[in-house]
Design a protein around this ligand. Structure first.
Ligand code: RB5
Length: 148
């Protein structure tokens, strides 16, 4: 199950990705927002990040205007590795090397055609483990160092 969420800046792109998921029979849970009305991106980052970190969903997709704010917010939740991506190459390696469990894009940056290629690449990529796991463990150590 994929968690998906956005603010108003990412709303149209969220709807395009959902349409693609509906056509492909890919299961998702939509955490909002549900219109173009102005909202605050951290609220939706938190919903999706908690769904992924808590195990309700396997991974998440977050969209805001640039993809920047919503990725910063999602990465504050322990266990979240949110990758802000605008190209297919980074999408693949964000999974293969970084085991990104949340994919972030900018609805005012990436068009729906490219966004769907990015989503496909990320969904089909496999984490390679090995030396990359050691690096992720170091990221977890940073999280632990600063958690209260
Ligand atoms: C909202 O106007 C905009 O700031 C937001 O969508 C996002 O781009 C923040 O990083």
């Amino acid at each position: 199950m994929i968690a998906i969420g956005s603010d108003h800046g990412g709303y149209d792109l969220k709807e395009s990705i959902k349409k693609y998921f509906n056509e492909k029979g890919i299961e998702y849970k939509d955490f909002g927002t549900f219109s173009n009305e102005s909202v605050d991106y951290p609220d939706f980052a938190l919903k999706v990040a908690e769904a992924v970190a808590g195990g309700e969903c396997d991974r998440g997709i977050l969209l805001c205007g640039t993809g920047v704010g919503i990725s910063i917010a999602a990465n504050k939740v322990p266990g979240i590795r949110a990758a802000h991506v605008s190209d297919v190459f980074s999408a693949r390696y964000s999974k293969e090397h970084n085991n990104a469990n949340v994919l972030c894009m900018g609805g005012r940056v990436v068009g729906p055609g490219l966004a769907i290629m990015i989503v496909d690449e990320w969904l089909n990529a496999k984490f390679q483990g090995g030396r990359h796991q050691k690096r992720l463990d170091k990221i977890t150590d940073i999280e632990k160092k600063y958690s209260k």
